[in-house]
Design a protein around this ligand. Structure first.
Ligand SMILES: Cc1cc2nc3c(=O)[nH]c(=O)nc-3n(C[C@H](O)[C@H](O)[C@H](O)COP(=O)(O)O)c2cc1C
Length: 117
């Protein structure tokens, strides 16, 4: 179920939907090209981090997905995200700027893989 994050991603240029992993089996932490089904059945491409965000201050393990070209309020909705391809392990970056640069590259790779331009 989508919960409110710290709203930092939005300020950095990539709004994300946060889903706590709590009761789920956790996959390898890292970044994945994804497809997400919303409660209404729409299926959207995106890029997700599964992990604990070591760069911006540790959080509980969660899936955090940036749905491309999407700007609707889905807090409280149950979504289903397929991890289509592993892109890289989660890293602790020396600065937020360095992380944002890498996330832009991740997003381009995910769009290429998913044919989502
Ligand atoms: C595609 C993608 C890749 C990410 N990769 C990392 C990473 O390697 N290391 C890290 O510490 N956080 C990573 N993050 C998480 C960001 O730190 C996080 O989105 C940001 O702190 C905003 O968090 P918030 O949603 O709680 O506001 C990634 C997020 C996304 C969407």
């Amino acid at each position: 179920m989508v919960q409110k994050g710290r709203q930092l991603g939005r300020k950095l240029g990539f709004p994300t939907a946060n889903v706590p992993l709590a009761d789920y089996v956790a996959p390898t932490f890292g970044v994945y090209a994804t497809r997400t089904r919303l409660a209404d059945g729409r299926e959207l491409p995106g890029v997700a981090n599964v992990g604990v965000n070591p760069t911006t201050g540790q959080v509980e393990p969660r899936l955090e997905v940036w749905l491309f070209d999407f700007d609707e309020d889905i807090y409280g909705e149950t979504i289903e995200t397929d991890l289509v391809a592993f892109l890289r392990p989660e890293e602790k970056f020396p600065s937020i700027e360095a992380m944002v640069d890498q996330i832009r590259i991740d997003a381009r790779r995910a769009r290429d893989m998913l044919g989502a331009w």
